[in-house]
Design a protein around this ligand. Structure first.
Ligand code: GLY
Length: 372
């Protein structure tokens, strides 16, 4: 039976929120399906995946490489996969990034869909059609925009996630709330980490709200020519943190990035102290450690952590000295631009923070998303 999707992005990509069993059966096309997943997800969801041929990728950011892509192409050739084969990526952000990229390029492109098994993948990584891998230590340097036919997000699948990975997804939820949904922000404030872990119904509503923010933005700006940059809130700083320290996963680093941007916005007079306190207070209540894991000054020598061709030139995204120093130096104007979002429909009374300025890098960064 064909179910009604919660969202349809650009009339090409359906996003379902609900029980995976029914939804997957309804969403998959007739014909051959090859699953791309990792060993943990394969073990945890063995009955769901048993009917399909499966290809495994390694876990962690180190697997998000062209080498993995090449190996998957070879395995698909061995299996005799052709243009009629459907690729189903089942896992967190790393699996969906790699599976989407392989599917979009093997034999010039196969149809594909995702079952997102981590909170971070459900509210951010699997939705919106960004697929790619890292190259030479640079994040997401090879990839494509290609929308999956569908994404299935089943909150019940999250019960196997370790707390830390679950929390990582909450950072992206807070980000979505800050960008465009004051009610979501208030709902998160009323809730708690423990309650979110234990109340699947409430979680389902919040996941749906967070996806709505992303689906709406991607619907208007699929290729990140403008508004989609909002979805990178906190991510430029997070990326620097991830590059300079192994202590934080992507979501944890995003939480620090959001808090730093809130502090910078307050200092620039773009956010009043009470609103800044609300943002920081929510992140702390959800259990995030908001101390950057190193002294910013120690990182300045490694500022060239991220290079991107941008309007014909390479840019380094961030010179981590300190948020204050950053505001006060030549970056001040960029930061001002990046923080301003007039007419924001976000947190009531909050002049929302935006994505990195034009020309600044916009990395997705490391995705967390490992199950227990
Ligand atoms: N994760 C940010 C985006 O998809 O644009």
């Amino acid at each position: 039976m064909r179910m009604k999707p919660a969202f349809e992005i650009r009339e090409r990509s359906r996003v379902y929120v609900g029980p995976v069993g029914d939804l997957l059966t309804g969403a998959l096309p007739e014909g051959r399906v090859v699953v791309v997943t990792d060993a943990t997800v394969e073990r945890l969801f063995a009955p769901l995946l048993a009917p399909y041929e499966r290809l495994l990728v390694g876990q962690g950011e180190a697997s998000k490489t062209l080498r993995t892509v090449g190996e998957l192409y070879e395995r698909l050739i061995d299996l005799g996969a052709d243009r009629s084969t459907f690729i189903l990526g089942v896992g967190g952000g790393i699996v969906t990034d790699v599976a989407g990229f392989v599917a979009s390029t093997y034999m010039r492109g196969l149809r594909f869909g995702f079952v997102a098994t981590t909170l971070l993948a459900q509210v951010d990584a699997s939705v919106g059609g960004k697929n790619g891998v890292n190259v030479a230590g640079y994040k997401n340097m090879a990839g494509c925009f290609a929308q999956p036919d569908f994404v299935v997000c089943d909150p019940a699948m999250l019960c196997t996630l370790p707390d830390r990975e679950f929390r990582a997804g909450l950072a992206e939820m807070v980000k979505a709330a800050l960008i465009a949904d004051g009610d979501l922000f208030a709902a998160l404030e009323r809730s708690s980490f423990a309650a979110l872990r234990e109340a699947p119904e409430q979680l389902r509503d919040l996941i749906t709200a967070a996806i709505r923010v992303k689906a709406d933005i991607v619907g208007r700006d699929e290729r990140e020519r403008g508004e989609r940059r909002k979805l990178n809130l906190g991510h430029t700083l997070a990326h620097a943190i991830e590059k300079c320290s192994d202590r934080m996963n992507h979501g944890e680093a995003v939480a620090v990035g959001i808090a730093l941007m809130a502090g910078a916005a307050r200092r620039l007079g773009l956010l009043d102290a009470a609103q800044c306190d609300r943002i920081v207070g929510l992140l702390e209540r959800l259990g995030f450690d908001l101390q950057p894991p190193f002294l910013w000054s120690g990182c300045s020598a490694r500022r060239d952590t991220t290079r991107r061709a941008s309007r014909g030139r390479s840019t380094s995204c961030f010179r981590p000295v300190s948020a204050t120093a950053w505001c006060a130096t030549s970056r001040r104007r960029s930061l001002r631009r990046s923080l301003r979002m007039p007419g924001s429909e976000g947190l009531p009374g909050l002049r929302s923070m935006d994505a990195p300025a034009r020309g600044a890098s916009r990395n997705k960064g490391k995705r967390s998303g490992r199950h227990a």
